[in-house]
Design a binder for this molecule. Structure first.
Ligand code: FAD
Length: 338
């Protein structure tokens, strides 16, 4: 059981800045995200797109904003728990007990839900009982690329993930089949060109206009059947399959935590962004209140105000005193400023 001043659900931009606002008040936080990295929508949906409305940053990208937010919270040495979803919340006395899908447990007076539009979940191939192969040799992301060394790997998809991993894994895999339902790819042209070069060298086979039809195997995935637009079938023996069909967003277990909802968003007050449960806050895209705008900057403000209430709950015997970061020696110490 991990004891902490706050658990933050979601490592999107708002969850990250919330770490900062808690940190300058001397509160520690653990951050949980279903994905394997920080950044939320900024990284998953528009890493290269310019953003023009972050105060004092005339232009940044989803990627550079995330990088800078991570830099800003570095002094707090926050622990991130990736690849797991927050599943269960339980209240005992004035404390909350949080359990993730990986069975990691936390005890905390404060939960800050910065879960955006819900957790990002992989879209799965429409094949029955596909779960029996998951985490054995069917994956929707790459955690350890060395797993694929000397293997025959089938990669499904036509976006950046599919093409990036085709190029990367071709360096260690025995053979890569890149299977896509169209002739055109949506990935960066440079990566598509690299993959096509690898095809000429015999490291990669492109199988376009094919879709998955059946996955077969005993205990693990051994053979896949794919179907061409013209109806022709092809069977491939595989060691591993990577399916990159994009992500969908699901509110998931958050809907079952007994919190007041309005159109899939959590209702909060605008004083400290607390939900109907004391000690549970909702900030960023997931929350709603009269006048709410789903912008990153609104989430930052919500994070600042919720942190103050978190302080009061985590340090009931201390007085909260507002301080500017420019002039507080306590804050400077916490930030490692000399
Ligand atoms: P998200 O960024 O959605 O992050 C939430 C995180 O929580 C995700 O990583 C998710 O996996 C995780 N999560 C959810 N549920 C769970 C759970 N149960 N367990 C574990 N993890 C969970 N905003 C601007 O201000 N300016 C712009 O120019 C702008 N442009 C945009 C362009 C596009 C194409 C899009 C799609 C959005 C844009 N936005 C813009 C909106 C902005 O991206 C969002 O307002 C912002 O990402 C919200 O941040 P967040 O941290 O609240 O949530």
């Amino acid at each position: 059981m991990i004891k902490t001043d706050a658990v933050i659900v979601g490592a999107g931009p708002v969850g990250l800045f919330s770490v900062f606002e808690l940190g300058i008040l001397g509160l520690n936080a653990h951050v949980i995200d279903n994905l394997d990295r920080a950044g939320g929508q900024c990284i998953e949906l528009y890493p290269d797109k310019p953003i023009y409305d972050i105060p004092a940053l005339p232009e940044c990208t989803g990627e550079s904003l995330t990088k800078n937010l991570l830099k800003q919270i570095k002094p707090f040495q926050t622990k991130f728990h990736y690849n797991q979803r927050v599943e269960k919340l339980e209240k005992k006395n004035n404390c909350w007990f949080v359990t993730t899908s990986e069975k990691v447990q936390f005890e905390t007076p404060n939960i800050i839900i910065a879960a955006g539009v819900g957790s990002f979940e992989p879209r799965k191939p429409p094949i029955k009982n596909i779960e029996r192969f998951e985490k054995i040799n069917l994956f929707y992301s790459v955690k350890d690329k060395n797993k694929f060394k000397d293997q025959t790997v089938c990669i499904f998809g036509g976006g950046d993930s599919a093409l990036d991993w085709t190029v990367e894994l071709s360096k260690i895999a025995k053979k890569i089949f890149l299977i896509h339902r169209r002739d055109e790819f949506r990935a960066a042209q440079h990566t598509v060109d690299l993959a096509k070069d690898l095809e000429k060298k015999g490291k990669v086979d492109f199988l376009t206009r094919y879709q998955p039809l059946d996955f077969q195997g005993n205990g693990k995935l051994e053979k896949i059947v794919i179907k061409h637009d013209n109806g022709g079938l092809k069977e491939l023996n595989v060691d591993s399959v990577l399916a990159f069909f994009g992500l969908k967003m699901e509110l998931g277990p958050i809907a079952n935590w007994g919190l007041d909802l309005e159109a899939k968003s959590l209702k909060v007050n605008t004083e400290n962004f607390q939900t109907n449960e004391k000690g549970i806050f909702a900030i960023g895209d997931i929350c709603t209140y009269p006048g709410k705008i789903k912008l990153i900057l609104s989430g930052f403000h919500e994070g600042a105000l919720s942190a103050q209430e978190c302080f009061k709950r985590a340090r009931p015997n201390e007085k909260y005193i507002f301080r500017f970061t420019t002039s507080s020696s306590d804050i400077h110490k916490r930030l490692g400023v000399k």
